[in-house]
Design a protein around this ligand. Structure first.
Ligand SMILES: Cc1cc2nc3c(=O)[nH]c(=O)nc-3n(C[C@H](O)[C@H](O)[C@H](O)COP(=O)(O)O)c2cc1C
Length: 192
């Protein structure tokens, strides 16, 4: 795994535009945790913001609300089993990093860790919206740092060709995933 390179925050929405499943990492008062989340997306360009839906029953939610921070990590095809494990047990009962075989690395600008082997991460500070959080389990984060794997992120774009094991994951249900498919380019349709 090469060192991840800094992503221009004005372009960090592109890390999530294609709808990858993420690992949400969090920390508070000496505890660290990681969970899988399929419901995450970009929300705004400047300052960059993201959305993620985090159920009230999760340990992650407790750590996020206590710390005001979280990290969205983008796992890859090679990590699918670990992602499923991180989404199948709770940090309330087990050390999730140990249980999932994922390794926590120190954050750049937040206390929450990021996850080794992921192809990108976005460090976020929660913008408090108590109604949305309580009613819809919906959290808004302002992105304060972002990095991506230069094997598959070039010139502000994903390019997965030649790196199948680093293709992003997209969850269906019941332990079934897609990995991202072939890229193609088009010009806008013209009727003439
Ligand atoms: C692939 C996958 C995607 C998931 N997506 C979400 C999600 O978007 N939001 C959510 O609240 N839970 C989601 N879950 C369930 C949580 O990951 C699960 O409840 C987890 O055990 C919570 O861990 P925690 O209690 O340690 O925070 C998903 C599970 C899997 C396997």
């Amino acid at each position: 795994m090469r060192d991840l390179v800094a992503v221009d925050l004005a372009k960090c929405y592109r890390l999530l535009n294609h709808g990858p499943t993420v690992l949400v990492s969090s920390a508070h008062a000496g505890q660290q945790n990681v969970m899988a989340a399929a419901w995450a997306m970009p929300l705004d360009f400047d300052p960059p913001k993201v959305l993620v839906v985090i159920d009230k029953a999760t340990h992650t939610r407790q750590l996020m609300e206590a710390s005001g921070e979280f990290v969205l990590n983008l796992p890859c095809q090679a990590q699918a089993a670990q992602v499923l494990q991180a989404g199948s047990c709770s940090g309330k009962e087990v050390d999730k990093f140990q249980a999932s075989g994922l390794q926590a690395l120190p954050g750049d600008k937040v206390a929450a860790p990021h996850v080794a082997g992921c192809i990108a991460y976005l460090e976020c500070r929660i913008i408090s919206e108590p109604h949305n959080q309580q009613q819809y389990d919906l959290f808004i984060g302002q992105v304060v740092a972002a990095r991506a794997d230069p094997d598959v992120w070039h010139d502000g774009h994903w390019q997965f060709e030649g790196h199948d094991e680093k293709r992003s994951l997209h969850y269906i249900a019941g332990g079934n995933f897609f990995s991202i498919g072939q890229q193609f380019s088009v010009a806008p349709y013209s009727a003439s």
